[in-house]
Design a protein. Sequence first.
Length: 100
Amino acid sequence: MHILAGDVPETTPGRVLGHEAVGTVEIGAGVSTVTPGDRVQLSCISSCGRCRFCKDRRYGLCLGGGGWILGHLIDGLQADYARIPFADNSVLQGSRGAQR
């Protein structure tokens, strides 16, 4: 609710909110750690996997374009479909082929 109240000014009006979710991978082009049909868990924090903070497992401080971006700087997860930046580093895989 703090975003809607204007407490996060860099989140622009009309931004799709939502920063944590579970779902099923539909398309995984360019992603090597998950494939279509995989069940996944998504966090609000994305990791580039390359910067000094990500290498030190301090993902919220990512300097490579990650950190808290979903529902903050890019559209979030309160949608039918979402694009997950740095999916290879930012998606936790569940069981393959689980029912929706």
